[in-house]
Design a protein around this ligand. Structure first.
Ligand code: SAH
Length: 357
């Protein structure tokens, strides 16, 4: 057992089974044994890779879309340029490079990063040092002001709850202990749940649905700030409007494994449902765009022209890698369709370029 599995087993033995989201939160952000707490998980030597680590084009185009949204909102000065879960800082570094020639953007930008991981904060400090970032533990800690925000693969790392349909009620997935004292999955007795009443229409006996309480709360906080102070948010993640079934995924060394195999040492994620984020945004007084496939979003922003311009200076293996990266970001069988983009923006304004109202 990993040290975290032993600690959780002691806790469960003492006070009873815990819901999946408590288990997932401990695995990812436990102060000592959490997956993100102690390591930089990205890249070929790590456990997984992400769009900004695949190609600079991703951050460049996202940055230009965000800067255009800033111009369209009257170029407020100062404003908060914010990223949630910035990883190694690669995405924001690409945003900054691409927006250098947007008149006034860098002067007005105050860089605020929301990050739990100390090793990743250190990596971000190195990459983004010229732009003097300020770090925060949560969105609630951000100062007030016009908010221009990006997030890539942030929401998928937040802890989910899972519920299984039983009659008109729901049982919740719990982490309990098996005969040997090791953590195992189980289900709570079914009960009706007002928050899931809307899922009685599209589910059958035994179906599993997922709820991400922190994601919905974060979307509401972002939308409330944008409604009050102006701004725009571009959220990118794997998922769709609404999921059905168990999407919890555990990955270590680029290979899938059982979520209970190595608590604290494997990356746990789940698909992002954009519907609850959109509902939270509406409730907080902001608008949201349609959910758009990443490949379509990047094509609309001109990734093919950018790829050709970069290709002109490349040859041999570097050119091959560049062509493969372009395909990986946009092709329907790679990340192009699985990953989706949605904006949150003020009511009565257009979404950032690349997205439809
Ligand atoms: N956006 C980066 C990294 C994605 S990995 C990229 O695209 O490469 C997820 C990121 O979210 C990491 O930086 C991780 O440390 C951060 N993170 C995970 N859970 C978090 C939480 N609860 N609060 C703040 N940041 C979190």
């Amino acid at each position: 057992m990993t040290p975290l599995a032993s600690e959780l087993a002691r806790q469960i033995a003492a006070t009873g089974p815990i819901p999946l989201n408590q288990f997932m939160a401990a695995c990812l952000t436990h102060p000592v044994h959490g997956y993100y707490t102690g390591r930089d998980p990205l890249g070929a030597a790590g456990d997984f890779t992400t769009a900004p680590e695949i190609s600079q084009m991703f951050g460049e185009l996202l940055g230009l879309s965000l800067a255009q949204a800033w111009l369209d909102r009257g170029a407020p000065n100062p404003f908060l340029l914010t990223e949630l879960g910035p990883g190694r800082g690669t995405l924001m570094a690409d945003v900054m490079r691409a927006t250098k020639s947007v008149l006034g953007f860098h002067d007005a930008a105050r860089l605020h990063l929301v990050e739990v991981s100390e090793p990743l904060r250190a990596a971000q400090a190195k990459t983004l040092q010229p732009h003097t970032p300020t770090w925060h533990d949560t969105i609630a800690d951000l100062p007030d002001g016009p908010l221009f925000l990006i997030a890539n693969e942030y929401f998928d790392a937040l802890p989910i709850r899972q519920f299984q349909r039983m009659g008109d009620g729901w049982s919740e997935k719990m982490v309990a202990l098996d005969d040997t004292g090791a953590p195992c999955f189980g289900w709570s007795p079914p009960a009706p749940l007002a928050d899931l009443a809307y899922r009685l229409d599209d589910t059958q006996e035994g179906d599993i649905v997922e709820v991400n309480p922190v994601a919905a709360q974060d979307a509401g906080l972002i939308a409330g700030r944008i409604a009050a102070h102006g701004g725009a948010a571009i959220l990118v993640d794997y998922g769709d409007w609404r999921s059905l079934g168990d999407t919890l995924q555990s990955v270590r060394n680029h290979e899938p494994e059982h979520p209970l195999a190595n608590p604290g040492n494997a990356d746990l994620t789940a698909q992002t449902d954009f519907e609850p984020l959109a509902l939270a945004a509406t409730k907080a007084g902001a608008a949201h765009s349609r959910v758009t496939p990443q490949g379509v979003f990047l094509e609309r922003l001109g990734i093919t022209a950018r790829a050709q311009a970069l290709a002109a200076n490349l040859s041999g293996p570097a050119l091959e890698a560049h062509i493969a990266a372009h395909r990986r970001l946009t092709h329907p069988e790679e990340m192009g369709t699985l990953f989706k983009v949605m904006s949150i923006h003020p009511i009565d304004t257009a979404p950032p370029p690349g997205l439809d109202p």
